[in-house]
Design a protein around this ligand. Structure first.
Ligand code: PAF
Length: 282
């Protein structure tokens, strides 16, 4: 497996693979890889002849008050994990390889980015859309793999690919969880021992929401109230949002009469965690 730093090296390698008639999958990541990322690499290796993992902490998707500097990084660990799962090339550029000093073009999206995480992270999705667009242009994959944990991101990227006529299949992969239910995330490393125990409240409250739905409740207000009351019972937890939205448009709905996404962002101490379920997965 190669670890490359420049766009030219990626292009050269992909050109060779294309000349051999091989298909290419892309797994975009910000590194600090865990089993969630490994499942995306597995899915890509299954569907494609070659798999590229991008490993880049994208400054453009962090606001000045967020954790860009402290975001965990470990390229040696990432290379080991990615190779063990069959990755063929890691693209690990420096920020100035991705954003030269006169960089001034952005990919922006309205509507889908204005709900959920878009409210407390107003510049986030512009940064995500711009970097993912760049990665798509650099690698030109047949397919790209994203986790359902970042459900709004997945909807935004699917929508972008459709709006901008990108000839790339966007594949959403299931959330991978710890044994106690906590969704795997690079940010879980910020949690101290007490916070780690408290963080289970996210998945626990979602399970309670699912159980109401299984019992025939379709009133989104009732489901959200139940979920919020469970989270509020945990002293270390502070809710940013708990909402139920149309899974495609990311607009709030009152009644479960279409494919829906129940999503939350909750602070455990200072760490903001997200989790969700799609009603199709209940
Ligand atoms: O999900 C992530 O890790 C990032 O948002 C992504 C898609 C790699 C873009 O930087």
């Amino acid at each position: 497996m190669k670890v490359v730093k420049t766009i030219a090296e990626v292009r050269e390698q992909v050109k060779q693979w294309r000349a051999e008639g091989l298909t290419v999958g892309l797994v975009p990541t910000m590194g600090y890889l865990h089993e969630g990322h490994a499942s995306l690499i597995d899915a890509s290796c299954k569907d494609n002849d070659r798999t590229v993992v991008s490993d880049f902490v994208n400054p453009m998707q962090f606001s000045p008050s967020e954790d860009l500097e402290s975001y965990p990084r470990d390229l040696a660990h990432d290379a080991e994990l990615a190779e063990a799962h069959g990755c063929d090339m890691i693209f690990n550029p420096e920020p100035d390889e991705m954003y030269h000093k006169n960089f001034s073009s952005f990919v922006d999206m309205t509507v889908l980015t204005e709900e959920l995480c878009g409210i407390s992270r107003p510049i986030h999705f512009r940064g995500v859309c711009t970097v993912v667009n760049k990665l798509f242009n650099i690698v030109q994959p047949d397919r790209a793999y994203f986790g359902k944990k970042d459900a709004q991101q997945l909807a935004v990227i699917r929508h972008m690919a459709d709006d901008l006529n990108m000839n790339i299949e966007i594949v959403g992969c299931p959330i991978i969880r710890e044994n106690d239910g906590l969704a795997k995330s690079s940010r879980n490393t910020y949690l101290n021992q007490d916070e780690r125990k408290a963080a289970v409240i996210l998945s626990k409250s979602l399970e309670a929401g699912k159980s109401l739905i299984r019992n025939g409740i379709t009133d989104c207000g009732k489901i959200i109230t139940e979920i919020k009351s469970i989270i509020d019972s945990e002293p270390l937890a502070r809710i940013d949002y708990v909402k139920i939205v149309d899974a495609e448009t990311i607009q709030q709905i009152e009644t479960l009469d279409k494919l829906a996404l129940c999503a939350m962002a909750v602070y455990i101490g200072k760490t903001r965690l997200i989790d969700n379920f799609f009603t199709e997965d209940i």
